[in-house]
Design a protein around this ligand. Structure first.
Ligand code: COA
Ligand code: NAP
Length: 270
């Protein structure tokens, strides 16, 4: 199925790599104008250049989602350049493997600040710049939001908060014609997120075997749902938390003990 998004301005927070960049590429391929935001000016400019190489209009902005003033400035600059935001993807996140006892209060806070407070900042500050009615917002969640998962206390707490934020904003902003949904990716091949949870070939294979559909996801698997949600096909969907995960979230908590050991060994060897 092909989509025509040539009228749309798509803003992607955390859009300089991985799944979020995959979503940006999919919208760029369908004609949209892209604004990308992430911390590293070099990474986000390289990602925007990559989209321009695909023939899209694209710009990159450097901002940390934990800093509201910087986020506000990026959104304002994107709005000045490409107009009202039709699709906003809130996907910036951080993760590492550690038990609750193995992470400091600042380690816990860091992930909650990026994933949850950062989502709040991006979504809340985007409001004046959104197309009303018509905007489609997408939060990137994770199965840790509803599957209690050892070694992931920070991500579990943060992403369950992200899904609640999605639902509350669906209620508060629905009357203005703004929709918001969470996409819950399963393990997606060749991403930073997966490399942190499955850092060795053995742990990666075990992860793929665990998926009921018996393969890891691709960035396109996730982008496909984002495009459906942004298209007229999604116009009555809001406040939904939708897994795109080959069924893995049905299989209960994963065991990250071996992965955590391998990651710790990698850190001490470096
Ligand atoms: N185990 C335990 N604690 C860890 C840790 C680990 N593997 N990695 C970082 N921390 C702790 C640090 O020790 C620090 O706590 P302290 O001050 O008490 O020592 C705290 O987390 C903050 O670390 P810092 O490196 O200053 O944070 P940052 O803001 O620069 O980076 C991270 C945030 C740690 C999440 C970093 O990994 C990151 O930028 N990730 C983005 C990419 C990513 O994670 N992608 C996957 C998305 S799902
Ligand atoms: P990734 O490649 O590491 O992407 C993270 C993005 O967020 C990068 O663009 C990074 O760029 C940016 N970022 C990180 N911290 C930031 C901050 N404080 N402020 C602004 N930008 C920040 O991640 P990924 O693995 O593709 O994951 C993408 C999303 O999908 C995340 O929300 C993740 O939780 C979710 N997810 C991923 C998987 C998976 O298998 N990968 C599974 C489930 C859910 P900078 O470094 O330049 O800031």
């Amino acid at each position: 199925m092909s989509f025509d998004f040539s009228d749309l301005h798509v803003f992607v927070s955390g859009g300089s790599s991985g799944i979020n960049l995959g979503i940006a590429e999919a919208f760029a391929g369908a004609g949209a104008r892209l604004s990308l935001m992430s911390r590293s000016a070099g990474k986000v400019e390289a990602a925007a250049a990559r989209l321009r190489g695909l023939g899209a209009e694209a710009a990159g902005y450097s901002a940390d989602v934990r800093q509201p003033d910087a986020v506000q400035a990026a959104l304002a600059a994107a709005h000045t350049r490409f107009g009202d935001i039709d699709v906003l993807v809130s996907g910036a996140a951080g993760n590492f493997l550690a038990t609750a006892l193995g992470m400091s209060p600042n380690g816990f806070k860091t992930v909650v600040d990026i994933d949850l407070l950062g989502s709040f900042n991006v979504l809340r500050l985007s409001h004046p710049f959104l197309r009303k009615p018509g905007a489609c917002l997408i939060s990137l969640s994770a199965s840790q939001a509803f599957v209690p998962t050892p070694f992931q206390a920070h991500v579990c707490a943060a992403k369950s908060g992200v899904d609640m934020l999605t639902r509350v904003l669906a209620l508060e902003w629905g009357p203005e014609g703004i929709r918001i949904n969470s996409i819950v990716p399963g393990p997606v091949a060749d991403t930073e997120g997966l490399s942190r949870l499955a850092p060795t070939p053995e742990t990666l294979e075990a992860m793929a075997r665990r998926v009921p559909l018996r393969r890891l996801g691709s960035r396109a698997d996730i982008a496909n749902l984002a495009m459906v949600l942004a298209s007229p096909l999604g116009e009555w969907i809001t406040g939904a938390v939708i897994p795109v995960d080959g069924g893995i979230s049905l299989t209960g908590p994963r065991d990250f003990a071996a992965a955590a050991e391998a990651a710790a060994a990698g850190r001490s060897a470096a």
